[in-house]
Design a protein around this ligand. Structure first.
Ligand code: NAD
Length: 280
């Protein structure tokens, strides 16, 4: 079977271009969109993510403010900064790069962010809004997965959708979004009894397990669309996903590659959330 390769790089490029145009429209009306990016410590992976986010802001005409705090920053100190950013009318969005050092309670920090500036969509009120179909920020990776499906012409309504993984940042919100799009949704996790039996029912299979090349062809129905959220480096330093692409792709109607699938969508949707923050 020939499959459609879902091009996350191209789709994320379109979204960023749309964001750039909207930011320009706002600027003409005198509104400058500003994202505050907070990083605590100097974890190298976080450093790369933060740099990429700031670069995307620049490309989209969104102003980014950078707060780089030392590794030994106390919780109170960070909460104080968030309080200041919440109160600053010039700041539209606040992003605290995770993970935070052990002395800081991540959940407390997430809850401290004004829900109207919660562009990462991690605040319990944003999650609650998603759950109850109300207006609010949707976290970026799950939102990106839905955009990938929509912009690739893959209908969700009425489809059997299976999500593997139930994390707060990917599995649960993507399941809720697929449900909101009228999919029939099943969520699998580490305690699911017969994973293959469930995944083989999927018209749309979203894989967020965090285990390299775990999903092989025998987990996938002929003609399914497969979205691979995983990111890993293999023995040779090459990036790979949770899906064994070479064996699975020939069975699919559509599939995302790693890299170049879900990965680039996360930052594009962050830009989109920054734009949306003006009206929320
Ligand atoms: P996580 O570790 O928090 O969650 C993994 C989930 O998989 C858990 O809910 C667990 O129950 C389930 N699971 C584990 N083993 C299983 C098994 N054998 N069978 C069925 N389910 C099983 O991971 P996460 O934060 O959701 O991330 C998942 C993957 O996605 C990781 O590889 C991560 O690096 C990647 N990720 C990518 C992006 C992106 O921008 N592309 C963003 C976030 C996460």
């Amino acid at each position: 079977m020939s499959y459609q390769l879902i091009d996350g790089k191209a789709i994320s490029g379109q979204i960023k271009e749309e964001c750039r145009m909207k930011a320009e429209e706002y600027r003409e009306k005198g509104i400058e969109i500003t994202l505050a990016v907070v990083q605590v410590g100097n974890d190298p992976a976080s450093g790369v993510y933060v740099r990429n986010k700031k670069r995307a802001c620049e490309a989209c005409g969104i102003r980014s403010l950078s707060y780089e705090l030392p590794e030994d920053t106390g919780e109170e100190q960070l909460l104080e900064l968030i309080g200041k950013l919440n109160a600053d009318p010039a700041v539209n969005g606040i992003l605290v790069q995770l993970p935070l050092p052990g002395q800081i309670d991540e959940n407390k920090v997430i809850r401290a962010i004004d829900v109207k500036k919660d562009v990462d969509g991690f605040h319990p009120m944003s999650a609650g809004a998603l759950c109850t179909g109300q207006k609010g920020f949707v976290s970026c990776t799950p939102a990106g997965i839905i955009e990938l499906l929509k912009r690739s012409g893959i209908a969700i309504a009425g489809k059997e959708c299976v999500v593997i993984g139930r994390s707060n940042i990917v599995g649960k919100p993507v399941a809720l979004l697929l449900l909101a799009e009228n999919g029939t949704v099943t969520v699998c996790h580490s305690r699911t009894k017969d994973l293959k039996e469930v995944t083989k029912r999927a018209d749309i299979l979203v894989v967020a397990i965090g285990k390299p090349r775990f999903i092989t062809a025998d987990y996938v129905k002929e003609g399914a669309a497969v979205i691979d959220v995983g990111i890993h480096r293999n023995e040779n330093g090459k990036l790979c996903g949770d899906v064994d692409f070479d064996s699975v792709a020939p069975k699919c109607s559509a599939i995302t590659p790693v890299p170049g699938g879900v990965g680039p969508m996360t930052i594009a949707m962050l830009m989109s959330n920054c734009i949306a923050s003006v009206d929320l």
